[in-house]
Write a protein that binds this ligand. Structure first.
Ligand code: ZN
Length: 148
């Protein structure tokens, strides 16, 4: 049986206790989406500011996270916010797929995207009832980007 150490890795606890990029962004120019995980009561708000650079590439130039919930949901949102800042939308899409694939989500195909600290969430895949906690912020980000 997987132990709790697999679930609450040090990186996850650090991001839960000291969440990165907490706050709000002005909408517009930022886009915003809210997500809710009724299984656990987690709430996440994602603000993203996307700009097109000189070469015509769309890039996440700023991100802010609001909400409340369990350690996994909040740490995942914090890890995500750190990972996507400065990335192109194509890179964000690759990262989202790779992150979901490591949790064994159906339909997600791993791509060539370095996960870095996000790999700490891999252990959550062994706790099926917690997977929605880990994916909530990522699904909410995808929703925000669809409005962009
Ligand atoms: Zn949760």
């Amino acid at each position: 049986m997987p132990g709790l150490d697999d679930l609450y890795k040090e990186i996850i606890l650090d991001h839960y206790k000291s969440p990165r990029n907490r706050g709000e962004l002005e909408t517009p120019p930022a886009v915003k989406a809210e997500g809710f995980n009724p299984l656990c009561g987690d709430e996440i708000t994602v603000f993203l500011k996307v700009e097109t650079d000189d070469e015509g590439t769309e890039r996440v130039v700023d991100v802010a996270i609001g909400g409340q919930g369990c350690a996994i949901s909040q740490a995942s949102a914090s890890l995500m916010s750190s990972a996507v800042k400065g990335k192109t939308l194509a890179e964000v899409d690759d990262l989202t797929h790779t992150m979901k694939a490591q949790l064994g989500i159906e339909g997600a195909e791993p791509r060539e995207a370095p996960l870095g600290d996000i790999e700490a969430l891999k252990g959550v895949g062994r706790f099926p009832e917690r997977i929605k906690c880990a994916t909530l912020s990522w699904n909410t980000m995808t929703e925000a980007l669809e409005q962009h």
